[in-house]
Each structure stands twice: as structure tokens, then as C-alpha cells.
Design a protein around this ligand. Sequence first.
Ligand code: 5AD
Ligand code: FES
Length: 366
Amino acid sequence: MFNLAKLLNKIYSAETPDLKDMEQVLLLTQKGQLDELFSFADNIRKEFCGDGILLRGIIEFSNLCAQECFYCGLNKSNHRLKRYRMTENELIKAVDYLGSCNIKTLVLQSGQEEGLDALWLRDIILKIKSKFNMAITLSVGEKSADEYRLWKQAGADRYLLKIETSDKALYESIHKGMSFARRMACLDDLRGLGYQVGTGNIIGFAGQSLKTVAKDIKFFKHGNFDMLGIGPFIPHQDTRMSQDPKGDAALCLKTIALARIVTKNTHIPATTALGSLDQDYRVEGLKCGANVLMPNFTPQPYRKLYEIYPGKRCVDEPVGNCNFCMDSMAKNIGRFIDYSIGDSLKFRDGSRNKGKPSPLEGTVLL
Ligand code: 5AD
Ligand code: FES
């Protein structure tokens, strides 16, 4: 008879997890088996990350974008969207508020803006670092190594750049004019510069098989990333993928669970996208491996305009309410909000060296 515990232990212990084994887990549908998978992953989360839920406050400072990701509402061909870039004053005011809520990680996100002035962003990083005790995570897309270096030297700590899918052909078919090799090179540059690096994928693209998802997880393991964002695809009306079905919440949760089992001490958020389906699945995410939440601190009127996908959670929530909501979410599941800075856990296990670059050496293109 099929022994799930044995299979999960095999995946957990493997240096390189077997794709077929992971596919078998991604295929599970029976409630009892899903419960077993989720509690296995939850135990690993507890062992490696503890019960604290880390907060990353996000400010979406610009929705300008020069790219044409077929799934993303910010794509440059979406002329219906009113574009904005917050001013330095607006941004610092929002950071001030975020700091007053005791949040110690600021995520600065924008579209992949062609005209983003690297020096403007550098000065903002310098200002924030001199005024607040917080880590800065940048998420502004593919940029030159010189720009990444400039921001790192100014004090940026972390960088998010999702691979979205590790399947090169699929990647290039949904990212017009972008190259998979360039994406990989950017991840390499970021790692080489000493950033804590986050990547991740989207679950539910047409043309994505369970094998593709299993390969994504293998890629996560191989790259020894510090953070992983895993969220469902949500169709946006003003994109080429408007008619595609949305990603399956259950598959997304199974992927989070497997990513936890395979990568062990990575920071994994219960993403906003996971909270933006027919119901809020973030609690489920937290119970099957996730250990991070990302409250939104983008002020209005901008927050409504950062519409990557429709129905995004908390768009009408007053700024700061998310904080309160997350506290009760944590309490409801017997956990607590951890207000510490939440650096990468890979520094502690010695697999990554603070200050010493360790490039994504040997990362294979799957
Ligand atoms: N559905 C789900 N996630 C999306 N993203 C962009 N568009 C969508 C969509 N339609 C995610 C991408 C990106 C992050 C900021 O938002 O993974 O990296
Ligand atoms: Fe802007 Fe994807 S459309 S990064």
C-alpha cells in the first residue's frame, strides 16, 4: 500500500528531491492525505522557523512598467491603468507610518520601470537606513549589476525577483521580449553582491504541468534561496491571459508544503495572492509551511492603482489595518507575530555567508 509518511521522509532527506516523488505529492487529493502532508510541512516549519510569523511591510511606490508579462495587470500595453510614481516625500511618510507600527522589514516594490532613476532610489535607501532600524527589500525587477551594487552599497539588504516559472520555454512564451538567461543572470548578480535573495513562482499558468511545478521546487532547493514567494495565478481583465482559469488554491498549498519540506529554513510568505482567491487561504498557507505575512502600506490613492491582478486583498483597507488583522490571524492559529527584523536563516546554518558573496554556483537550468 502507498505509504505517504515514507514518501515525505524520502523527499525531506534527499539532497536532490526526485521529480516523480514530488509529482506524486502534488497529485494528492484525499483529505486525510492532504492533512498528513500539511502537518508534516507544519512540523518542519516549527522546527526550523519557530512559531513566530514575520512581517514584511510592502510599499508599492510605482506602477510604471516597461515589460509585458502576459499575466500582469501592470503590463505596458495596459493603457487603461493610470500610472503613478510616489514622490520621495510621500514615500518617506509611508515608511514613517510603517516604522511606527513596529515593522522592521520594508519591501519597496514597483513595476520594471525603465526610467527608474537609480540615484533617486539610492538616496531614498540612504535616508531610510539613517532614520529607521529596518531591513530594506527591493523588488524592482531586472536591472544592471551596477544598479544592484549601488543600492546594496547604500544599505539595501534583500531583493525579490521571482523566476515565475523555472521552465525556460514557458517563461519565454509568457514574458514577451524577456529572456530566461537574463533572469538567471540577475539572480546570480544579486547573490554575488551579497543580497538575501528571494524568488518564487506562480501556480496555474496554462501549459504548466505538475512536473513543471516539481521542477520549480527543485530549482528553489538548488539555488538555496533565502525567501520563496509562491502564489496562485489570478486572471486580470486587461491582459492576454484574461480568459485563463485561475490557479488552484489546493495546488498552491501543496507547493508551499513541498517547498518547506525540501528547502527547510527558507522564509516563505502566505502571499497576498493566496489571500485574494474566493476565500482567504493565507491561514491555510501558514498552517502548511509559511512563516511570513506581507501587510500592505501603500497609501491611497496609489494602492488601488497597483492592480497586478483583480480582487487584490486589502485594497480598501485603511493603511495600518492589515497589521491588526494579522495579529488576530496569528492568534487564531496559536502562533504570534514576531516583530524582529527576520534576516535569512541561511546565515545561521552556515550555508550562506553574510557579506561574503556566494554566487548561484552550479545552478542548473532545468
Ligand atoms: N496573478 C498572480 N500573481 C501575479 N503576479 C503578477 N501578476 C499576477 C497575476 N495575474 C505576481 C508575480 C510578481 C508579483 C509582484 O506578482 O509573481 O512577481
Ligand atoms: Fe511589469 Fe510584469 S508586467 S513586471
